[in-house]
Design a protein around this ligand. Structure first.
Ligand SMILES: NC(=O)c1ccc[n+]([C@@H]2O[C@H](COP(=O)([O-])OP(=O)(O)OC[C@H]3O[C@@H](n4cnc5c(N)ncnc54)[C@H](OP(=O)(O)O)[C@@H]3O)[C@@H](O)[C@H]2O)c1
Length: 260
């Protein structure tokens, strides 16, 4: 299959590790010139040869710095991957304990980062008949207990993708959503992140929780998704091979969601 990506340019947010890093690796392997952004420019991101921007993408200024820098560095943007999300200290919390600061922080990172990056990059994406992938979550379709704000933000992000696909499809811009279930990244694999918090709530040590996760989350394949598998789907959707795919939400969850 010819992905026809070799002459393209891309911006990937949340690129320091996990799904973002795997996406940068997959795109650079296809010959794409990439700008990857996170607050921490990790050695692994540097090793990809991608251009890097250190910015807090939960802020308007951070996103503006990224997109203007990418336009200068790359000369234009063909592909945009709005991957950044989650949140520092993301942990299950009851709705009545979720104050405005909590909601604003989650919405800034998981929804408005994509809104802002897309708005800034769209003139170039329209000129180049480009493609966008937003990384949402199965929590958009089935809210995760204790992650009320995160689930709502991801539902809005999925809606955004559909709306943008309708508005800009006639100008040649495709917009797709990728919605992973549990992925083998820091969020679940580290005892210091969401996985650690959920384990503690369940009265399990993190190693036991992580080992039982596929079964406890009802993953039909019996295993967690690897970030490289999400990246492969993202790269396919960005490519000409997916030329008439737009406005769609693509689950990658090992069969965890059961609703049609
Ligand atoms: N892992 C899963 O199970 C899963 C499931 C469904 C959906 N997702 C979604 O997939 C996306 C990627 O998740 P992941 O698991 O790959 O996450 P991850 O391993 O935690 O990586 C997140 C990346 O984003 C960066 N980042 C976080 N906050 C940032 C900020 N304020 N400004 C700039 N960069 C920031 C992090 O670097 P710094 O902290 O150094 O900035 C890191 O490079 C997220 O949108 C997440 O919601 C993940």
């Amino acid at each position: 299959m010819d992905l026809n990506l070799a002459s393209k340019t891309a911006v990937v947010t949340g690129a320091g590790r996990g799904i973002g890093l795997a996406t940068v690796r997959a795109l650079t392997a296809e010959g794409v010139r990439v700008v990857g952004a996170a607050r921490t420019i990790t050695p692994e991101l540097q090793e990809t040869g991608a251009h890097t921007v250190s910015a807090d993408l939960s802020t308007p200024e951070g996103v503006a710095t990224l997109i203007s820098g990418a336009l200068d560095t790359l000369g234009g943007i063909d592909l945009l991957v709005n991957n950044v999300g989650g949140g520092d200290g993301l942990a299950p919390v009851g709705f009545l304990d979720s104050d405005d600061a909590h909601w604003t922080g989650i919405l800034d990172l998981n929804l408005l980062s994509a809104v802002r990056a897309t708005r800034a990059a769209l003139p170039s994406l329209i000129e180049r008949r480009g493609s966008i992938v937003n990384v949402s979550s199965i929590s958009a379709r089935e809210p995760t207990d204790g992650l009320v704000a995160y689930s709502a933000a991801k539902a809005a992000l999925t809606s955004l993708g559909k709306a943008l696909a309708r508005e800009f499809g006639p100008q040649g811009v495709r917009v797709n959503t990728v919605s992973p279930g549990a992925v083998n990244t820091f969020i679940w694999a580290s005892p210091d992140a969401l996985g650690g918090a959920v384990a503690a709530q369940s009265g399990l040590d993190h190693a036991t929780f992580f080992q039982r996760l596929p079964q406890d989350f009802g993953i039909a394949t019996g295993r967690i998704t690897e970030p490289e598998e999400v990246a492969a789907l993202i790269v396919f959707l960005l490519s000409d091979a997916a030329g008439n795919l737009t406005g769609a939400d693509h689950l990658i969850d090992g069969g965890a969601l059961t609703a049609l």
